[in-house]
Ligand binder design. Structure first.
Ligand code: KG4
Length: 370
């Protein structure tokens, strides 16, 4: 079947077309188009997403992005009826003003084209994104038998959760952040260090300079021993807390003063990234062992972090754990609509392929994954 995916939960207007079917050998997955209009330039000067501006941009971009996605998938106005089988749209969680644009646009298309529509939890989209092959370039048959049970570390700008995934559609949240999300911590940390938005890639790039200077593993060799806490790393549960780390960074920069912060920025960024990654790796590995999982799935924007992946790989190797590390391709790590189409397919088969009406879809900014 062919699914049109629509995603507007935060600051990316994304539309994509996915061809997918269930075969005996596994799921045949073929992304036909993946168009994203990023608003990073608009929000950069504010150091974070401004909901009102995001919503305005979505309104402006969504018809254009949809047209491009259909064109890239070689679907003309006339062939929509015969080609599109289902519309999948993010209904939450996210910024309500942003969600409403995507949901109402999708509902209008469903009504106009007389197509079934399904509302998707954005986090469920992230969770499945590791299954997606590169757009256009490849088709993939994926057998999920070797994947589940799994532990998913979902780390994005708005969420941080550890999810025990027993199979497709069978989840249990076993831990989550008590305050800031991991991506939010990167974004706020970057702001404290005077780096650009989004903070994750900016901190990663700054930390990599530290590597180049040869100080990566010898922070002590610098004039200052830069050390930050690893919050809740030894706690008995699977929850996280990142706001204390952000405050520790703030105090550190206040102690050092602007000149030294500038001089040692790459070392500080490095230690900040290490602190975040250490906590994420420790808790995820602990959960994977306890639940005896076959794999660890990384999902969400922070899964694009190279150092985080390296640390996971090193730890699995060191402990000789027979656990697969599943990471989405870079193009699907951050927000996109193909992952929403994919989650739409799984929901659709779960509900016995019953046609769903546009009247039943509502945006819900606090939607939980159950
Ligand atoms: O999943 P995503 O695109 O949006 C949400 O659903 O929130 O994640 C965005 C977050 C931002 O906070 C950004 O700083 C972070 O992902 N991020 C990264 C990296 N790339 C994006 N964090 C760490 N390292 C990266 N390379």
């Amino acid at each position: 079947m062919i699914i049109l995916g629509i995603e507007t939960s935060c600051d990316e207007t994304a539309v994509g077309v996915l061809e997918i079917k269930k075969t005996k050998a596994g799921f045949f997955i073929h992304p036909l188009s993946n168009i994203i209009a990023s608003q990073i330039k608009i929000h950069r000067k504010y150091g974070g997403v401004v909901p009102m501006l995001a919503s305005r941009e979505h309104t402006k971009n969504i018809p254009i992005v949809t047209k491009k996605a259909l064109k890239q998938a070689s679907i003309s106005e006339k062939s929509i009826d015969s080609k599109i089988d289902l519309i999948a749209v993010t209904k939450g969680p996210g910024l309500i003003l942003s969600l409403l644009i995507g949901v109402n646009f999708a509902k209008t298309l469903a009504w106009k084209w007389d197509k079934p529509i399904i509302g998707i939890n954005h986090l469920e989209g992230h969770l499945y994104s590791f299954l997606l092959p590169q757009t256009k370039s490849s088709k993939q048959i994926y057998n999920t038998e070797s994947v589940f049970p799994s532990i998913c570390l979902l780390v994005s700008g708005g969420n941080t959760q550890l999810i025990h995934v027993k199979g497709i559609g069978k989840y249990k949240i076993i831990g989550e952040t008590r305050d800031d999300a991991t991506g939010e911590c990167f974004d706020k940390g970057a702001r404290i260090l005077g780096l650009s938005y989004p903070g994750g890639p900016a901190i990663a790039a700054e930390a990599a300079k530290c590597n180049k200077q040869g100080t990566q593993y010898s922070i002590q060799n610098t004039e200052y021993k830069i050390q930050l806490p690893r919050p809740m790393i030894d706690s008995k549960n699977y929850d996280f807390s990142f706001s204390g780390l952000k405050t520790a960074l703030l105090y550190l920069t206040q102690d050092l003063g602007p000149k030294k912060v500038k001089k040692y920025c790459s070392v500080i960024a490095y230690e900040f990234q290490e602190a975040i990654a250490d906590v994420l790796v420790e808790k995820t590995i602990k959960a994977a062992k306890e639940f005896k999982t076959k794999s660890i799935i990384l999902a969400g924007g922070v899964s694009a972090n190279k150092r985080l992946k390296e640390k996971f790989q090193a730890r699995l190797k060191k402990e000789r754990l027979n656990i697969k590390l599943l990471i989405p391709k870079l193009e699907y790590a951050t927000d996109n609509a193909i992952m929403i189409a994919l989650a739409g397919f799984f929901q659709y088969i779960k509900h016995g392929k019953k046609p769903l009406g546009w009247k039943n879809i509502e945006a819900d900014s606090n939607l939980r994954l159950i």
